[in-house]
Design a protein around this ligand. Structure first.
Ligand code: NI
Length: 137
């Protein structure tokens, strides 16, 4: 971590009250940690919006019994092999599988991969967690 710098901020009294309630609810040890997290969330949104290298995860739940589904999901992932850092498959129960695909690369291609997986028949859920490489945070 680089050197800490102190700053002062002027806020509307009601906004500060709402912020302090949030700090309490989220269990932040200090306002500073909460402010830093909010700034980082904004920076991550910018990374995704402006095409910088990003990291994240696609989490899918799908029906193990749908014919050819598993093979199709693997084919799609091979088309984007350069993005995929790791994947893990969990057999949730007799019928359902959960797969986590950890990705890094350009946001547009990550989102394209997410759309293809999500749009596959038999996929019950596919969520994208937009995280960061951490380089600029
Ligand atoms: Ni399975």
């Amino acid at each position: 971590m680089s050197k800490l710098t102190r700053l002062s901020v002027s806020l509307d009294e009601n906004l500060l009250k709402e912020f302090d309630d949030l700090v309490e609810r989220e269990g932040y040890p200090t306002r500073s940690k909460a402010v830093a997290d909010l700034i980082r969330e904004s920076l991550i949104s910018e990374e995704w919006a402006h095409g910088k290298d990003v990291a994240g995860a696609i989490m899918m739940v799908f029906d193990h019994h749908k014919r050819q589904l598993v093979g199709h999901l693997v084919d799609v992932q091979h088309d984007y092999h350069d993005l995929i850092a790791a994947s893990q498959h969990i057999h949730l129960d007799h019928d359902n599988c959960l797969e986590v695909v950890v990705v890094r690369g350009k946001p547009a291609r990550v989102q394209e991969l997410h759309r293809k997986l999500k749009g596959t028949k038999g996929v019950k859920y596919a969520g994208l967690t937009m995280a960061s490489t951490g380089k600029h945070l």
